[in-house]
Write a protein that binds this ligand. Structure first.
Ligand SMILES: Cc1cc2nc3c(=O)[nH]c(=O)nc-3n(C[C@H](O)[C@H](O)[C@H](O)COP(=O)(O)OP(=O)(O)OC[C@H]3O[C@@H](n4cnc5c(N)ncnc54)[C@H](O)[C@@H]3O)c2cc1C
Length: 399
């Protein structure tokens, strides 16, 4: 690989793969190091709003994604207090926004497979699986990236290193050793249900968001409507790193029974056979993302609470902005650090605002008693158009 245009990306998650495609489209050669031997995702769904779908469409991914996409017609906000719908926010005809990009629901594995297929087809990208990033050394003209495959340790000289290695990022650990992800005191429980198991009224073409006392529940169709993705967020003290630890169904059933959730919500909880749980870790907003020729992207930079459904969306936006900034320096590689600084400057305030929005949304969803009643009445009084307009700044984003 020619040194002058080689960028190493640590991590082949949604952020790392999208960054590889976006950077390669600007003429860089990309080496992706991924510690997993195989890229496989736990069964889970993703909501991709127009700000993210637009980037994927621009990268040419729509044909590969099309067979796996669902475009919901609305988000239905439900209250555990009343057991009914508080308000329905239409997402437009077939999920097309005035922002002229679709709102998609997709299985995470399908998105990752489509990205992977594009990466494997691109002559300018090399993906090394089972290859763990270990450390880096910055020199005057390059950054040397140390990685390990089994017992073999190797070094790769590169123009820049991008840490897209997730919330427990080893790149961040070396770049900013004092900056750690923090446990949010919340656990995400995730599972899928065969849609045929549920009554029709519980499998609409919509995202259902149930707000309840100190917990909330999100359910939506994916895999062409064959499956329902269910996510429940509850407080908890268990805080092991990882994405896919088995969860005891009795624990979640008891939580939803004890706090008197309505039958419909409990039916969905009861229909999941295989619960997986993830402790939610977040990065503080306003942190630093870059130093010299090394920068962070996605969860490594800004892991956030999932309550705005924007974690992957922000990683995808990061990838597009990073590629644009680096592209401006393709003939001036000596100044790649300036490009990375620009990237961080262009992203930090927007991502910080999304992080705050996600936190505030969680507080609102989890209200109890009279505060929950006040919330439901306020949402109804505001009405769908005004509530929707509050999302415009997220969804209308364009590069
Ligand atoms: C419950 C829940 C629901 C969510 N729902 C949504 C949603 O609806 N919409 C949305 O946009 N986002 C959602 N998110 C957030 C989204 O999943 C993440 O923000 C996104 O996956 C982050 O992508 P990433 O590429 O930054 O990191 P990751 O997906 O974590 O990828 C990091 C990769 O780096 C690899 N790696 C780690 N260390 C090393 C190393 N040393 N060397 C080499 N490779 C390494 C890992 O194996 C992994 O493949 C949700 C998150 C949760 C917890």
């Amino acid at each position: 690989m020619a040194l002058s245009r080689t960028i190493v990306i640590a991590g082949a998650g949604i952020g790392g793969l999208t960054a590889a495609l976006a950077l390669a489209a600007r003429g860089f050669r990309i080496l992706i190091l991924e510690k997993a031997e195989r890229l496989e995702e736990a069964g889970a769904g993703l909501q991709l709003s127009p700000n993210a779908s637009r980037v994927l469409i621009d990268l040419g991914l729509q044909p590969r994604l099309a067979p796996h996409l669902m475009t919901p017609d609305a988000v239905s906000i439900m209250s555990a207090r009343s057991g009914g719908e508080v308000i329905r926010l239409p997402l437009g005809i077939a999920g097309e926004f005035h922002a002229a990009a679709p709102y998609w629901l997709i299985h995470r594995a399908d998105l990752q497979s489509a990205l992977l297929a594009e990466v494997n087809n691109h002559p300018g990208i090399e993906l090394r699986l089972g290859c763990q990033f270990e450390d880096f050394d910055v020199h005057s003209t390059d950054v040397v990236v140390g990685h390990r495959k089994g017992v073999a340790r190797e070094h790769e000289p590169a123009l820049a290193l991008i840490g897209a290695d997730g919330v427990w990022s080893a790149v961040r650990q070396q770049l900013f050793p004092d900056t750690q992800a923090e446990f949010a005191g919340l656990i995400a429980w995730r599972g899928t249900i065969d849609a045929r198991q549920l009554p029709r009224e519980l499998t609409p073409h919509r995202v259902q968001l149930w707000m309840g006392p100190k917990a909330h529940l999100v359910a939506y169709p994916m895999s062409s409507g064959k499956q329902i993705n269910v996510v429940a967020i509850m407080p908890g003290a268990w805080n092991r790193p990882g994405w896919s630890a088995p969860g005891d169904p009795a624990e979640i059933k008891n939580h939803f029974a004890a706090s008197r959730w309505p039958d419909n919500a409990r039916l969905m909880i009861g229909a999941v056979d295989d619960w997986r749980r993830w402790a939610l870790f977040t990065m503080r907003d306003g942190g630093v993302w870059h130093k010299g020729p090394v920068a962070l992207l996605g969860d490594a930079a800004h892991a956030m609470l999932p309550f705005a459904a924007q974690g992957a969306g922000m990683a995808i936006e990061d990838a597009a902005v990073l590629a644009k900034c680096c592209g401006e320096f393709i003939d001036d590689p000596a100044n790649i650090a300036v490009a990375l600084q620009r990237y961080a400057m262009m992203r930090r305030s927007r991502v910080g605002r999304v992080q705050r929005t996600a936190r505030q949304s969680g507080q609102i969803y989890h209200l109890r008693g009279p505060m929950a009643l006040a919330r439901d009445l306020t949402m109804r009084a505001l009405g769908a158009p005004r509530l929707q307009a509050r999302q415009d700044w997220i969804y209308d984003w364009k590069l």
